[in-house]
Structure formats: C-alpha cells, structure tokens
Design a protein around this ligand. Structure first.
Ligand code: HEM
Length: 225
C-alpha cells in the first residue's frame, strides 16, 4: 500500500510554482512597486519628480531619472521572468533572449545611468558613496553572470545572477528599510534625511546581498534534495 503511494508521489512531482512560491511573491512585489513608482513619471512633468532635481529646468537630470527608472523597470521585469522555472527549463532560447534584455536593456543602462545622474541631484557624500558601491556591484555581478554563462558554467552563472537580481531589487527594499528604521530607531523622525540615505543607498543593497548569499549557500543543499 505504502509503496503504491510512494509510486504515485514520484510520478506526480510538486509543481514548480508550489515548490517556489517566493517567485510569485516577488513578481507581485515588483508589479506593485512599478504601479506605485510610475504614475508621476508617466506625466513627464518634472515638478512631480519624487526626488529633488537639478534646479535648472532645462537640465538633463530629469530625462536621466526617467530613463533610469525605465531601464530599472526592464531589469525587474526581465529578472522575474528569468527566475521563473517554467521559462528557464522549458524554453532555454527565450531564457537567453530575456537574459540579454536583462543585461543590456536593463541592468547595464540602469546602473551606468545611476552613476551618471548621481552627482546631478541632491545626494550627499554618504549617499553617493553608497550608490557608487551599489552600482559597481550591480555591474560586476551581472558581468560575472554573463561571463559564466558564456563559458557554460551554469551553476556559477545562476549564483551570480541571484546576486545581480538582488541588487536590482534594492530600490524596493529601500522603501521597506525607510519605514523599518522610522519604526525602530528612537528619534528617527528627527533625522529623516539620514534615515532616507542609510535606508535607500546602503541597507537596501546590503540587506538584499545578505539574503542572496543565504540563498546561494543553500543551492547545493537544494540540488542534493
Ligand atoms: C542597478 C543599481 C541601481 C542604482 C545604483 C540606483 C541608483 C539610483 C540613484 C542614485 C537614484 C537617484 C537618487 C537621488 O538623486 O535622490 C535613483 C533613483 C531611482 N531609481 Fe535607481 N538605482 C538602481 C537600480 C534601479 C532599479 C532596478 C530600479 C527599478 C525600477 C530603480 C528605480 C529608481 C527610481 C524609481 C528612482 C527615483 C526615486 C523614486 O521615485 O523613489 N533603480 N536610483
């Protein structure tokens, strides 16, 4: 009897969506984030920008911010598609095409754009250092992921992609860190500027990288299972 049950279990593997519910949750989080972020920028009205812009109305800063958000959104959507086991395993050609979009139409222009526009806004030195490290890490992990894939080292590719996408998700964590710091740090409401910088340009990517590292270290265990 028990062997019949085991036999049936083996024939019907658990669907990937149930084994990895976090992919669906991440997708929902990304969609919700994009719905919140885009409306003021879709109007192309620079007075609605959520971040302080260069005071010169003809300055290229606003155009760079909108382009940055566009490329960042491409990276988030493409990254979610890349995580989807159905696409990765069942449609390798599409996976490769979406991967190119993630790299060249998403992460690369978003991170380079961040470095270019960073000195044009109101970021202080602490914010700029955090941004520069975040952007360089985003570029390097993405480059290492591409290099590993070209050399057909797919395990290594997967690990670097997890780090790269964790860095792409950091703008979402920024918001969470901001509210968390406000809730737990005594007197944080009197240091909104500092809390914003630490949450949005340091803890966001450090926290995501730590989670990614935890996930990467679990891969051999998952593979053995
Ligand atoms: C790849 C690494 C990234 C870095 C280093 C980075 C850095 C930055 C910087 C420096 C700013 C300007 C902040 C200011 O002047 O106050 C910014 C703004 C912004 N970034 Fe990124 N970013 C990255 C990826 C992304 C991604 C993937 C998205 C996804 C859509 C994104 C969405 C935004 C948004 C929406 C803003 C405008 C601020 C807001 O409305 O909250 N960024 N980013």
């Amino acid at each position: 009897m028990s062997s019949t049950v085991e036999h049936r279990d083996r024939r019907r593997p658990t669907p990937a969506s149930r084994r990895r519910p976090w992919v669906g949750l991440l997708a929902l989080l990304v969609v919700a984030f994009l719905f919140v972020v885009w409306p003021p920028y879709l109007t192309l009205d620079r007075t609605l920008s959520r971040i302080p812009l260069n005071p010169d109305p003809g300055h290229i800063h606003y155009a760079l911010v909108v382009a940055h958000i566009f490329f960042g959104s491409v990276a988030l959507i493409a990254g979610i598609l890349q995580l989807w086991p159905w696409l990765r395993r069942g449609h390798p050609r599409t996976h490769r095409a979406v991967g190119r979009i993630y790299v060249f139409g998403g992460m690369l222009p978003a991170a380079v754009g961040a470095l270019v526009m960073m000195p044009m806004g109101a970021l202080n030195t602490l914010g700029m250092i955090g941004t520069a490290i975040w952007a360089v890490l985003a570029l390097s992990t993405t480059f290492l992921a591409v290099r590993a894939a070209r050399r057909r080292r797919y395990d290594e590719h997967r690990r670097w992609m997890i780090y790269s996408f964790a860095l792409a998700l950091a703008p979402i964590s920024s918001r969470l860190w901001f509210f968390l710091l406000l809730a737990v740090v005594p007197g944080a409401e009197n240091m909104i500027g500092l809390v914003g910088i630490v949450g949005a340009f340091w803890l966001n990517w450090i926290g995501n990288l730590a989670l990614a590292h935890w996930r990467v270290r679990r891969i051999p265990v998952l593979a053995r299972r």
